[in-house]
Design a binder for this molecule. Sequence first.
Ligand code: G6P
Length: 363
Amino acid sequence: SAIAKDGYEHFMLKEIHEEPRVVRETMFSYVQDDIDQLVASLPDLSKYQQIHIVSCGSAMYAGMIAKSLIESAARVRVDVEIASEYRYKDPIYDVNTLVLVVSQSGETADSLAALLLAKQQGVDTMAIVNVVGSSIAREAKYVAYTHAGVEIAVATTKAYCTQVALLSLVALNLTYVHGKVSKAQANEIIKEIQQLPDMLQHMIDDVQYVKAAKIISRHNNVFFIGRGLDYALCMEGSLKLKEISYIHSEAYAAGELKHGTISLIEKGTPVVAICTEERLYEKTISNIKEVKARGANVILVVREDLQVAQDYYDYKISIPKVNRLIQGIVGVVPLQLLSYQVANLRGCEIDQPRNLAKSVTVE
Ligand code: G6P
């Protein structure tokens, strides 16, 4: 009903608008102003030398962001696996492997089976879950909750956003306990975390996503490109678009385009390029030039301080600069609102896309 939607046209839009609040509630329940609070509130994972993040759908793409952060900042090995593959592949474990299952519902059949498999092999498990007391939460050795509240739209937005937020805290914690950042540096990042809700609010209120959505809405093929952390964001951006707008889209590591996919770029093909990785952005810019030269219409999602000449994009969305360990959280909002506006322009059943279920509790 309209009342439950709080005046919003769709639950998805309402839930995106809840992101500043639920990110605050999730992150502040683990840390407010000092890294020692974070160390005390998360399980001690310092002994694990290898982490298998196992999940499905958007939760797995949140895991890909975590891999990028944990490997580069904490220098701990992370593998991200699709639960339906993992459960049948006879995984290789070390003495110090942790299996980390990420799940909004805590009831996804493949994710639960993967967790039970690890348990049965005597491997330690952890769950990052939104629903308190769910099966995955009950079976895992350690649990850390996201605080997204009830999510009604089938395509996840706020729950995924809080998964990225909590996984970013896990990455910060591991980086600190492995001695890769000082206490002072960690506390600087926590100061930035305090600003995140306002930044998300700004991304929701102050950007014109409809204009960018019009570039996409009449096409049947879209590409998302980026490198590193941005590639992980692309995976979720692309999935969201497919789920609710029924436009075929593909996320590509920007440097891999030349090995095949670039053959699909023609005049007018929309390409969403994400550039928040400072170290890699010039590389991504040269990939953008390549698709632009073949007629692509480029929507550039770029960290505000990185300069890109106007010739290389058709529409630009700027996102605030924060420490890389929490940058993924700010990158989530524009992709969700872009997909939402595209689906809206196409008149889709946004909250209940065809063939999809909120929680897949059978195999
Ligand atoms: C379904 C939902 C997705 C979700 C996936 C994993 O496919 O439609 O939005 O990402 O399940 O769900 P979970 O509850 O385990 O996060």
